[in-house]
Write a protein that binds this ligand. Structure first.
Ligand SMILES: Nc1nc2c(c(=O)[nH]1)N=C(CO)CN2
Length: 160
């Protein structure tokens, strides 16, 4: 069985409901979610003139390969009505693979570990809640260490 860590997030429509729907669709199509982080709210990163995002990290047990999981997550995003859009722009849902076992994949289809993970607080904070001692297979540091060293200072707040 493979273990993957995902980040889901969005800033359009009923954000909380969209996260719950995303988790359900992922469970139905990709494997079993074994841990959920809290939900966090962050100002939009990258393109600032848009609503704040909600983000959540998930631990997923899956029998699919990293590449097959990626294809399935793209299908799940489409199922939720996501359209192709502007880079960093507003979206109903995003489903990203942050880590997949200790594997390293670099291709046009999939890049794992997610290359932006070390520079995005909105990904590291939720991931740290469920995988703080996980060692990043490229950087050889724990998620906790990466969070401490992260230069991104965007506030990431628990959404309650
Ligand atoms: N806070 C936050 N900002 C973002 C996010 C996201 O998930 N959270 N996703 C984006 C799409 O690439 C662009 N900016």
């Amino acid at each position: 069985m493979n273990k993957a860590y995902l980040l889901i997030g969005g800033n359009v429509g009923n954000r909380l409901q969209n996260l719950a729907r995303a988790a359900k669709i992922i469970q139905e199509n990709c494997g079993k979610i074994t841990l959920f982080s809290s939900v966090y709210e962050t100002a939009a990163w990258g393109l600032e003139d848009q609503p704040a995002f909600l983000n959540q990290a998930l631990e997923l047990e899956t029998s699919f390969s990293a590449s097959e999981l990626m294809s399935r997550l793209l299908w799940c995003e489409e199922e939720m009505g996501r359209k192709r859009m502007e880079k960093y722009g507003p979206r109903i849902i995003d489903m990203d693979i942050l880590l997949f076992n200790n594997e390293i994949h670099i291709s046009s289809h999939i890049t794992v570990p997610h290359p932006a993970l070390p520079v995005r607080r909105f990904a590291l904070v939720p991931l740290n809640e469920i995988a703080s001692s996980y060692i990043h297979p490229v950087l050889r540091k724990t998620i906790h260490q990466l969070l401490e060293e992260c230069a991104d200072k965007l506030d990431v707040n628990k959404y309650e």
